[in-house]
Design a protein around this ligand. Structure first.
Ligand code: NAD
Length: 487
């Protein structure tokens, strides 16, 4: 097995195995080959991980911010040095092409450690509040033990996006990757130890939907940050609410991407393709409802069809491959069933719609697919597909498209392509979403907040805003005179 880790879990600075836990296989999505065999965490493993985190956290929080930041920045350097090795592992774990993982996965994880290592050293400071003689001050304090639960599309990035701000703010973390992609987070845990992180502060335990709740309901856990689907988000938030835990929810979407007739058409087509086909369409913020102004519809579709049919699908470890498989057989079945619904409900299939015939073997490949003449009521326009299926919808004017774009329970992201600057700002201002782009799509550098509104979640990752979600405010009132009591 070519990616077998030393053991399933990483707790208190070392690999730990417990063969009592349910065994599960990790598959390479491009071939279905078993690349690792692991065990889900038993309740005893959950206890061990939370206890290690709880024990380690106070001493870590007591370190100077500069000392904490130095370790995180060292982890960033190690990740960059090992980018090739980590990217290959990410490709095996997810099936995403090496062409993507080498620029988007460990590197964005490293950015996160570098950024939060730097900003924490610059200070997560409070306020001094003069009260006329008396005064008060505030300080930001860590929450304690935080739990991170990840999805399978960006396993290393998700682990880092949660670990970096949590650790920077002085917390400890227990992270559970998706059962589909168990490998990357273990390497991040190893690297953090190598960078000098005291043991017990970043622990990784394996498991699925039955393991998650053991973490979420644990009395020693102060916060849960989930990246996953909306139904999972509802369940996790409900359990967390029972114990009044802090939560960050990074959930799914059905984001609108609006192309006005004055837009640079090649950029708009490129943006729509990146926003639907990158990572084989398995990106939460994808602009899967592409609203195209009627006058440019034909030209847009012609360019889109030609470029889509040129996408190089193949073995993900091959540098030339532009699109790999979906994560699993089940995910492909789900995406195919949405394609069937699109056809049955009357959308026009422009390209794709099935399995690529030049790819052989057991891999979970699917063709990048474009539907046109999609209407707002169709299933493919309403539900998150999480695969490379782009829906193109026509529109006539600005007010109409804004209203239709907002008619969704989701609110993760949105994008606008137009040459008219004031229109760009005016339109994004009226779109209900947490993360928006003008004349580009899906760029999420660590410096900017990322997250959703409505059913797509709450809380923010990245940027200074993330630190607020991994800390709380303590207010201290200082009396300078005698206490005047009426009794
Ligand atoms: P999922 O909701 O099935 O699983 C996410 C994680 O939650 C997994 O680790 C899973 O084991 C765990 N889990 C499932 N049920 C649980 C429960 N009851 N309690 C605790 N943990 C539980 O999601 P997925 O299929 O792995 O990922 C795809 C989804 O994630 C899509 O909806 C996508 O939009 C979303 N996503 C969102 C973002 C974002 O930042 N907004 C990023 C990536 C993916």
């Amino acid at each position: 097995m070519r990616a077998q880790p030393t053991a399933s879990h990483f707790i208190d600075g070392e690999y730990v195995e417990d063969t009592e836990g349910t065994a599960f296989d990790s598959l390479y999505p491009a071939t279905g080959e078993v690349i690792a065999r692991l065990h889900a965490a038993t309740p005893a493993i959950v206890e061990q991980a939370v206890a290690a985190a709880k024990r380690a956290q106070p001493e870590w929080a007591a370190l100077s911010p500069t000392a904490r930041g130095r370790i995180l920045r060292r982890a960033a350097d190690i990740m960059r040095e090992r980018n090739r090795e980590l990217s290959e592992l990410e490709t095996l774990d997810t099936g995403k092409p090496i062409q993507e993982t080498i620029v988007a996965d460990p590197t964005s994880g490293a950015d996160s450690f570098e950024f939060f290592g730097g900003v924490i050293a610059a200070g997560l400071n409070g306020d001094y509040i003069p009260l006329g003689g008396d005064f008060a001050y505030t300080k930001r304090v860590p929450l304690g033990v935080c739990v991170g639960i990840g999805a399978w599309n960006y396993p290393q990035q998700i682990a880092c996006w949660k670990a970096a701000p949590a650790l920077a703010a002085g917390n400890a973390m227990v992270f559970k990757p998706s059962e589909n992609t168990p490998l990357g987070a273990l390497k991040i845990a190893e690297i953090l130890i190598e960078a000098g992180l005291p043991k017990g502060l970043f622990n990784v335990i394996q498991g699925d939907r039955s393991t998650g709740p053991l973490l979420v309901q644990h009395p020693d856990v102060a916060k849960v940050s989930l990246t996953g689907s909306v139904p999972t988000g509802r369940k996790v938030a409900a359990v967390a609410a029972g114990n009044l835990k802090h939560v960050t929810m990074e959930l799914g979407g059905k984001s609108p991407l609006i192309v006005f007739d004055d837009a640079d058409l090649d950029s708009a087509v490129g943006g729509a393709m990146l926003g639907n086909f990158y990572s084989t369409g398995q990106v939460c913020s994808n602009g899967t409802r592409v609203f195209v102004q009627r006058g440019i519809k034909q030209e847009f579709l012609e360019k889109l069809k030609a470029r889509t049919e040129n996408i190089v699908i193949g073995e993900p470890l091959d540098e030339a491959t532009q699109m790999g498989p979906l994560i699993s057989f089940d995910q492909r079945q789900k995406v195919l069933s949405y394609i069937d619904k699109g056809k049955a409900e009357g959308a026009t299939l422009i390209t794709g719609g099935g399995l690529p015939n030049h790819v052989t073997g057991e891999g979970y490949y699917i063709q990048p697919t474009v539907f046109a003449d999609v209407t707002d009521d169709m299933t493919i326009a309403r539900e998150e597909i999480f695969g490379p299926v782009m829906c193109v919808l026509d529109f006539d004017d600005e007010a109409e498209v804004i209203a239709r774009a907002n008619t969704t329970e989701f609110g993760l992201a949105a994008g606008v392509f137009t040459a008219n600057l004031s229109r760009g700002h005016r339109v994004v201002d009226q779109l209900d979403a947490g993360t928006l782009w003008i004349n580009t799509y899906n760029l999420c550098p660590v410096e900017i907040p990322f997250g959703g509104s409505k059913q797509s979640g709450f809380g923010r990752e990245n940027s200074l805003a993330a630190l607020e979600h991994y800390s709380e405010l303590k207010t201290v009132y200082v009396g300078m005179g005698k206490v005047e009591a009426p009794y």
